[in-house]
Design a protein. Structure first.
Length: 440
């Protein structure tokens, strides 16, 4: 009888202890060795913030609704700072170019996991890209599996972040897996509602001063009217670089003129840098090249980021080019979109319901979201509107561009950001002058 009484008391206690048990890792390498989905890993050069960094290859389901079906390799960078420190997850939207500590990681003195987006670089099936599996739900599920694999070992706060398309991916992941992390910090992330979001045109018609906008337009006109002088410079550069424009050099020239205004504001150029109309062809060409590298339309470069264009034209949206302001120089009768970037055999059919769903979630349920934008960034034309139902905070860097980071805000606004993060994460963050940030 006593034996049964002891069991009746101790079994519930044991069950609670088992459920609350969290494995105590001995080393980051043992963490990786314990994850079944990890196929391989190797040590790589580490940022000074971390004790070690690994390049890790996960075996990822091609279709998360069929986890036992086909798989593909997904690359992850895993950087360790301490098991008791926060974990920052960089939900990448492209190819991973660096394993350096992210700005957020530096602020919280954390660990870092960077997840390459599916179907970029070598994170794809070996033979060909199965485009039907390239959507925001599948990519969000990739991030969820990676986070779930590390979650048992890191017991501090979890933060997700990303810049530009990576910022978009950060939002999408949080929408579908809201409890994976405690806080999300998307930087300069647009929320586009069509493959040619016309809010961009309204933004370009109002950003900056009327005088600056007129100088931009006049510069574009010069590129059209002095084409006979400038196109040979374009052709010479293309030949020296081995660029391949399958659309034809003249078409690439035209699209690069139309891209100039968007790129000018996106990257925060000064109106004083625009050459006068009396400048030489070489001076005009040099400024044009500084603002808008022509590789945006080069076939090999397009192919590297074709997954982005596919997503832009089917789910996450894009901008286009207006014909009317330059109709005297163009044979086009309708606005130009990026439908030409679609993979062969695929039509640009945009599903507007996807981003409308994201917008509803942001407004209704998107709590603990800190959105960072640059005031003059052309992508801010379609910035998130968090509404008033959540505790989300949207911070806009005065005069900022697509390169705007927390460190670029005025000190008083930086302090506001640190206060919000400190409160949400229950962390005591140092004053902005004491935070050592890596340059981008």
């Amino acid at each position: 009888m006593l034996h049964r009484l002891i069991l009746s008391i101790t079994l519930p206690i044991l069950m609670v202890l088992m459920l609350s048990y969290k494995p105590k890792p001995l080393s980051p390498e043992e963490v990786l060795s314990s994850i079944p989905l990890v196929d391989s890993f190797r040590v790589i050069l580490s940022d000074k913030l971390f004790s070690e960094t690994y390049e890790v290859w996960f075996r990822m389901p091609l279709d998360h609704s069929n986890p036992n079906g086909l798989s593909f390799p997904l690359r992850v960078y895993y950087s360790h700072n301490g098991f008791d420190k926060p974990m920052v997850v960089v939900v990448d939207g492209y190819t991973m170019y660096t394993s350096k500590a992210n700005e957020v990681t530096c602020i919280v003195d954390g660990n870092q996991i960077t997840i390459e987006h599916r179907f970029f670089s070598k994170s794809r099936p070996m033979d060909s890209i199965p485009w039907s599996y390239l959507n925001i739900r599948q990519a969000a599920a990739d991030a969820h599996l990676v986070i779930s694999a590390f979650k048992p070992f890191y017991h501090g706060k979890w933060i997700s972040t990303g810049i530009s398309k990576s910022g978009q991916a950060t939002i999408y992941h949080r929408r579908f897996y809201p409890t994976d992390v405690n806080v999300s910090i998307p930087y300069v992330a647009p929320l586009n509602f069509s493959s040619e979001d016309e809010r961009v045109y309204k933004f370009l018609d109002s950003v900056g001063t009327p005088e600056c906008r007129e100088r931009i337009h006049d510069f574009q006109v010069q590129l059209f009217e002095r084409k006979n002088e400038i196109l040979p410079l374009f052709e010479e550069l293309a030949a020296s670089k081995g660029w391949n424009f399958t659309m034809g050099l003249e078409r690439a020239y035209i699209l690069s003129i139309l891209e100039y205004s968007f790129s000018f504001w996106q990257w925060g150029f000064s109106c004083s840098s625009i050459p006068a109309s009396s400048s030489t062809a070489k001076e005009l060409f040099k400024h044009w090249l500084d603002v808008n590298p022509f590789t945006f339309f080069e076939e090999n470069e397009v192919d590297k980021v074709r997954p982005f264009f596919y997503q832009a034209m089917t789910e996450i949206g894009m901008y286009g080019y207006r014909v009317k302001p330059f109709s005297r120089y163009l044979s086009d009768t309708t606005n130009i979109t990026f439908s030409f970037t679609m993979p062969k055999g695929h039509q640009a059919v945009f599903n507007a319901s996807t981003m409308r769903d994201i917008d509803r979630w942001i407004k209704d349920s998107g709590n603990y979201m800190l959105y960072i934008y640059g005031q003059n960034d052309a992508w801010s034309a379609t910035a998130v509107d968090p509404g008033g139902k959540t505790n989300a905070v949207k911070m806009v860097c005065p005069g900022g561009s697509h390169s705007s980071r927390i460190k670029d805000f005025p000190p008083e606004l930086q302090d506001s950001i640190y206060r919000v993060l400190g409160r949400w994460l229950d962390l005591r963050l140092p004053a902005n002058g004491d935070i050592k940030l890596n340059p981008d």
